[in-house]
Write a protein that binds this ligand. Structure first.
Ligand code: AMP
Ligand code: MG
Length: 334
């Protein structure tokens, strides 16, 4: 009898201490998401992380009429008072705009709407229309003091280039509050991880091949964000037979057209890497390398249409190119 009691006690202690796993799939921010986490309170943690992401979607969506961004974009007078969270995210987006000299620009909504990307009624606008819209995208004309925002009439903010990365960071904060030490978040291709896998080994992240279905390769990482932007995500082919992608060059008012097919930024936070993945694509390869050299607080994998893979030296040893893709060339950036 004593023995049975002892066994039961051991089983009970063991099951209380065991790391359990929670995996949830859901839709938010116009994309499919997955959160997988390990820990004693993983189910509750996962539920709360998902709740946080939906809450942020309702706060920063450019199309939802209840969002704060919608409120600013349709305001008849300024200043508009924002929540601290939205105000600080807009401030960050403006800092990134300054840092990247406008490659990242959170004010391009008048341009992307003109090209029909907001309602999927794609059209090539006239030069005159583009010129008029270009007058409404100067991010230096947005002022935030405390939580008050002021900008010129007709200007519109769009946080689509950083929203998912920001949501990932906020979801990670929640997971950590529940003592989660191992998690993988895949927010529509934006991957963010906490720690390592439960067995202590690095996470293996598949990097998408912009030219096909099988992954380009595997990147081994821990405790970081791996965020990809690419023209393959959303684009249309115009009546002129040319391809127009959803990422815009604020200097011209046209969708970006260079030899880059995809950019992956790897670093500590989702919001920074999300802003970077978009910016590097706009910059083009030479400027992207220069920006990396000047900042040196992130890494990248950039794929061009010449099947070159530019990869920064800090992570090159953690990347394994898919052995079936022999026609790609790896170029290590030092
Ligand atoms: P991502 O997939 O993170 O590269 O973000 C693309 C989204 O960011 C687009 O759908 C637009 O909402 C927005 N966007 C497009 N061009 C830019 C740009 N140059 N800077 C900032 N956001 C942009
Ligand atoms: Mg981005």
């Amino acid at each position: 009898m004593k023995k049975i009691f002892l066994y039961l006690l051991i089983i009970l202690i063991f099951s209380c201490c065991k790391n359990t796993k929670s995996e949830k799939y859901f839709e938010s921010m116009n994309t499919f998401m997955k959160v997988q986490c390990y820990g004693k309170k993983c189910d509750k943690a996962n539920e709360e992380a998902q709740r946080k992401i939906s809450e942020l979607e309702n706060l920063i969506s450019v199309t939802k009429p209840q969002s704060e961004i919608y409120k600013i974009n349709t305001a008849k007078q300024f200043p508009v008072v924002l929540s601290e969270q939205t105000a600080s995210l807009i401030k960050f987006s403006l800092e990134m705009a300054n840092k990247t000299e406008g490659a990242f620009n959170p004010c391009l909504y008048p341009i992307s709407s003109l090209w029909g990307f907001t309602k999927k009624n794609y059209i090539i606008p006239s030069e005159k229309e583009i010129k008029n819209a270009l007058n409404l995208i100067d991010y230096k004309k947005v002022f935030i003091e405390d939580c008050n925002i002021t900008m010129a009439q007709g200007m519109m903010i769009d946080l689509g280039g950083i929203g998912k990365g920001f949501a990932g960071d906020e979801a990670i904060k929640i997971l950590k509050e529940y003592d989660i030490k191992s998690a993988l978040l895949d927010l529509g291709g934006n991957v963010q991880v906490i720690g390592t896998k439960p067995d202590g080994s690095d996470w293996s992240i598949g990097i998408r091949n912009p030219l096909g279905q099988i992954p380009l390769g595997i990147l081994k990482v821990n405790n970081c964000a791996v965020i990809t932007s690419g023209g393959y995500e959303r684009f249309f082919v115009g009546e002129d037979g040319k391809k127009y992608i959803h990422i815009f060059d604020g200097k011209t008012g046209y969708p970006v057209k260079n030899n880059i097919l995809s950019t992956t930024a790897i670093g500590k936070t989702g919001v920074y890497c999300d802003a970077l993945s978009t910016s590097l694509l706009v910059m083009g390869i030479e400027k992207a390398i220069k920006f990396w050299n000047e900042n040196n607080n992130f890494d990248f994998i950039i794929v061009t249409n010449e099947k070159e893979i530019y990869i920064t030296n800090n992570i090159s040893e953690n990347f394994t190119l898919n052995s079936d893709l022999k026609d790609f060339t790896l170029k290590i950036i030092n």
